[in-house]
Design a protein around this ligand. Structure first.
Ligand code: SAH
Length: 232
């Protein structure tokens, strides 16, 4: 298990207890969860009865939404404390969800081509080798399966909004969460997806409104964005 930055895992484990507070440190993930879940639903042509894996699921904000939309969902992450919180929260809500502490590359070797839907959100900018994660996600999808990645673009605007604005001026995101150099341009993510044999179907921006504390899909992909891919 080499494609992991232990400091990143420790950072998210430290935040585990706060994961489900919609006003807390993870509020941005809560705010974007509705629009991104609807996007996944649309890309997949509905989620009811589909098998879905949520890669880098953390405390399970997206994983639960996928399950609530009717998918049979598995969440994987390497942050054990975040996974404990995810399990406890799902149990409390009576959701039949599965969580595992396993690297995506390992799961891909164990269960290749077994998921209708593969999501990997806000995780690629936290790993040493994001292309390897994209390739493993591609391997997890069944032929014809839907993949949705989300991450943060790398340019002066994303630096200003995501580092200076979100972490230092407003405290919307805990300080030290993101490193600018690890942000990913859509062209780079697209190259990795194509190299993994995926077709790129769509690209959408995700615009966060700090005053309303809500997010909407948008055409501008300068900061947060979602990429929809399909496995041929
Ligand atoms: N995808 C979730 C959580 C995003 S936070 C959501 O959008 O709601 C980033 C997550 O990536 C954290 O839970 C962190 O533990 C996880 N992560 C970071 N590096 C990882 C790795 N190498 N393998 C698996 N998960 C990782």
């Amino acid at each position: 298990m080499t494609n992991v930055d232990d400091q990143e895992i420790a950072h998210f484990d430290r935040l585990a207890a706060r994961w489900w507070d919609p006003q807390g440190e993870m509020q941005a993930l809560h705010a974007i969860n509705g629009p991104r879940t609807r996007y996944v639903e649309r890309c997949a042509g509905g989620l009811r009865g589909k098998s879905a894996v949520d890669v880098g699921c953390g405390g399970g904000i997206l994983t639960e939404a996928l399950a609530e939309a009717g998918a049979q969902a598995l969440g994987i992450d390497l942050a054990g404390e975040a996974l404990d919180v995810a399990r406890a929260h799902a149990r409390q809500k009576g959701l039949a969800l599965e969580y595992r502490r396993i690297a995506v590359e390992e799961l891909a070797a164990e269960r290749p081509e077994s998921f209708d839907v593969v999501c990997c959100m806000e995780m690629l900018e936290h790993v040493p080798d994001p292309a390897s994660v994209v390739a493993a996600c591609a391997r997890l999808a069944r032929p014809g399966g839907t993949l949705v990645f989300s991450t943060i673009n790398r340019n002066p605007k994303s630096f200003a909004l995501m580092i200076v604005g979100a972490e230092y001026l407003t405290g919307l995101v805990p300080r030290g969460t993101h490193q600018y150099e690890k942000f990913i341009r859509p062209s780079e993510l697209g190259d990795w997806a194509r190299a993994a044999g995926l077709d790129i179907v769509g690209l959408k921006g995700l615009r966060y409104n700090p005053l309303l504390r809500s997010a909407t899909l948008a055409d501008d992909v300068d900061v947060n964005y979602l990429m929809h891919c399909q496995k041929p």
